[in-house]
Write a protein of this length. Structure first.
Length: 422
């Protein structure tokens, strides 16, 4: 529904969280999870899409915890690392909408994503040849411009197949979470033994694997809906969307110190790479548990509530990360990642699935990732590097303040979302 308690859900409403109970544009309607699960288990499309998510998030599971370690090994300081990480986010602003527009226009997503991931693999190979800041900044940005657009494009492909083939999105996406856990733990053990120089070669192999998974993925099915009268840009500029983008952006940006410098900070506390891998894995396990719990309460949890829970999680999590050093306590604290990221991602994707028409799925997803991940979150990384260089782990306190602002924004979003809107 869009702000009304009478109207039926439209578009891809709730399919990201609960694809088993939606009405599809086919001659049959599935209303039970059991019927959906039987189809999903036997449909080869489900496995081909699962392979993509597993490969992609295996690469993410190497990049997020260990790429800052590799950059530090190039004799870069925290501020320089922050700028390089920011470049990989800022490139989204241009690359994601432009490439997604091509995907929506041509519809040939398989060839496009395969080529992009092949170029990304070459980009990581090129980064292994230099230790200097400026070449790493430029190569890092160009490489990110190749792999960053692939996920939103494939999310659009997956959601279309979820709708037309009655697949279970949660079951498909679960393999990405499992692969992330496997990557953080196994890569941590390997880096413990071989050193941080191994990271770039792991990334090269991981990107090549994602390219192979894209080559095996299905094309996006044709879209039969009529064009909408309201332009997508106008929709993104509406008050509801502006507040939504501000809320999601603050939540995402509050992770900047964590994503950029958590591994380096844990190293200074004396934790090994294998232990750090367990910290990251615990966060994803918490995500999985939250997704399972949220599925049971699908009719009671709205996107603004999920975003509010993410903000509350940040208010608790970030100040505690500034003071906690014990490994057992850090493992427990990492369970809050299920709220700060899991609930935030779930709330954002559910909001978009309700508000973005399916014929603009790739463009809508990419605009969201560009604005939230590129402008807002990306803009925080240089500041996060500066904060970490001057304050150390106390930089997390600033992230806590951002979470407070996100909570206020989520409350405003809930009020706007309760009103009727087109």
């Amino acid at each position: 529904m869009r702000g009304s308690s009478h109207a039926p859900a439209s578009g891809l409403c709730s399919q990201i969280m609960y694809p088993a109970c939606v009405r599809h544009r086919t001659t049959r309607t599935w209303t039970s999870d059991a019927g959906m699960t039987d189809v999903a288990r036997t449909n080869p499309l489900s496995w081909r899409l699962s392979v993509f998510y597993a490969a992609y998030f295996f690469a993410v599971g190497i990049y997020m915890p260990y790429w800052p370690i590799w950059l530090e090994g190039r004799t870069l300081d925290p501020v320089q690392i922050g700028w390089i990480l920011a470049a990989s986010f800022w490139i989204k602003i241009v690359a994601q909408p432009a490439i997604a527009r091509i995907a929506d226009w041509r519809g040939r997503t398989r060839r496009l994503t395969t080529v992009l991931m092949a170029l990304a693999a070459i980009g990581f190979l090129a980064q292994s040849t230099t230790n200097s800041f400026w070449p790493l900044l430029i190569l890092g940005g160009l490489t990110a411009g190749c792999y960053q657009p692939v996920l939103p494009i494939m999310e659009g492909v997956t959601l279309r197949h979820v709708e037309t083939q009655r697949l279970d999105y949660g079951r498909i996406r679960l393999w990405g979470s499992i692969a992330f856990v496997a990557a953080t733990t196994t890569a941590g053990l390997a880096i413990d033994r071989q050193g941080a120089g191994l990271v770039v070669w792991l990334m090269f192999a991981a990107m090549a694997s994602v390219g192979l998974a894209c080559a095996m993925a299905p094309e996006r099915p044709p879209i039969m809906t009529a064009p909408i009268s309201r332009p997508l840009t106008r929709q993104f500029l509406s008050p509801l969307f502006m507040v939504f983008l501000a809320t999601s952006g603050l939540i995402s940006a509050s992770h900047a110190v964590f994503y950029g410098f958590a591994t380096l900070n844990w190293q200074t506390q004396g934790h090994s790479e294998s232990t750090i891998g367990l910290f990251w894995a615990m966060g994803v396990v918490a995500e999985i548990l939250l997704f399972a719990l949220a599925r049971r309460y699908r009719d009671k949890i709205s996107p603004p509530v999920l975003l509010g829970l993410a903000a509350l999680g940040g208010i608790v999590r970030w100040p505690l990360l500034a003071v906690v050093e014990d490994a057992v306590l850090l493992l427990a604290l990492q369970s809050l990642h299920g709220f700060t990221f899991g609930a935030g991602h779930l709330g954002a994707m559910t909001f978009l699935s309700k508000e973005i028409p399916p014929e603009h799925s790739a463009t809508g997803q990419s605009l969201y990732y560009a604005l939230v991940g590129g402008v807002l979150a990306g803009g925080m990384f240089p500041l996060a590097g500066l904060l970490y260089a001057r304050l150390g782990e106390n930089a997390y306190l600033v992230m806590g303040v951002m979470s407070c602002a996100a909570l206020i924004s989520a409350m405003i979003l809930a009020k706007l979302n309760s009103r009727p809107h087109p």
